[in-house]
Write a protein that binds this ligand. Structure first.
Ligand code: PMP
Length: 285
């Protein structure tokens, strides 16, 4: 395996960063997770845009330009012979002193890993996923905006632990107002009376690239969409529910907190959107 590290492709053992890197010491950095389908890095431009926006929001200057990052990503995928897989792009703050001051750091580290991907079990796509609501709320947007895809994922990890303890592979997170936000690594959608609904970015969520692609696919297919405030009641009485994410794609949800969603089977519009999404992955540049 060849890892891209600061302009060079190096072996796994040589791909190391300093123990003084603030990415390690403080979770100070940003990242992206991207899919490769048929040798094509899917929605790469959107991911690169979000990466640079995340970096800007934390005042991290990425030492290379977005076009150079795109090139480096494609080269890393090709060098590893990945036709279907996953790319992890990481930019750390760089090594510094044992203190929070970003002015006392240097050399942000750019890391690109192209690998195969572990997906949710096929059974979940067939029969649907079970979810619980975590008691851990999503970060308050005035504390750490969820729109920043930062290396600081403890908020999500704490909620994920609750899901794991309860025997689920994902967990729903509410925001500080008690509204539905998102899952630990996926966005959430419901269908109610033919309308596709998902929390708006104001709910304090990561604006998922898959989320946006699915919203667009739905509109093109003539399905009404709404980015709106949702509470758990809306979810409990939904006709269909699904999650979206780079790894998950579109995954049906059939129960939440022990309540059956719809008729307890993956819904027809969910299935249709998954098909449309698969088509998009096959034809997208
Ligand atoms: N929410 C969170 C918290 C995430 O980490 C992710 C990405 N794994 C998503 C939503 C889905 O975003 P995307 O579709 O861009 O992968």
């Amino acid at each position: 395996m060849k890892i891209y590290l600061n302009g060079q492709l190096v072996g796994k053992e040589q791909a190391v960063v300093s123990v003084f890197d603030h990415g390690l010491l403080y979770g100070d950095g940003v990242f992206e997770g991207i899919r490769v389908y048929g040798g094509n890095v899917f929605l790469l431009k959107d991911h690169i845009e979000r990466l640079y926006e995340s970096a800007k929001a934390i005042r991290l200057e990425i030492p290379i330009s977005p076009p150079a990052m795109i090139q480096a990503t494609k080269e890393t995928v090709a060098a590893n012979g990945i036709t279907d897989g996953y790319v992890r792009l990481v930019v750390t703050r760089g090594a510094g002193s044992l203190g929070l001051d970003i002015r006392r750091t240097s050399n942000p580290q750019i890391i690109i890993i192209a690998d195969t991907i572990t997906l949710y079990p096929a059974e979940i796509y067939e029969n649907g996923m079970h979810l619980i609501t975590a008691s851990t709320i999503r970060n308050h947007p005035a504390a750490l905006p969820a729109r920043i895809k930062s290396l600081n994922y403890l908020n999500n990890i704490l909620a994920k632990i609750e899901g794991t303890d309860a025997g689920t592979v994902e967990a729903l997170m509410l925001n500080h107002k008690g509204e539905v936000a998102e899952c630990t690594g996926d966005n959430i959608f419901i269908l109610k009376n033919g309308v596709l609904k998902t929390p708006s970015p104001d709910a304090g969520i990561l604006e998922g690239i898959t989320r946006n692609a699915v919203l667009q696919l739905a509109r093109e297919a003539g399905i009404a969409t709404q980015e709106t405030t949702l509470i758990r009641h809306d979810l409990y009485v939904a006709d269909e529910m699904f999650l979206t994410g780079t790894a998950a794609e579109v995954v049906p949800v059939v129960s939440l907190d022990g309540r059956v969603i719809g008729d307890g089977k993956p819904g027809p519009i969910t299935r249709r959107l998954l098909e449309l999404f698969h088509e998009l992955t096959r034809k997208a540049e």
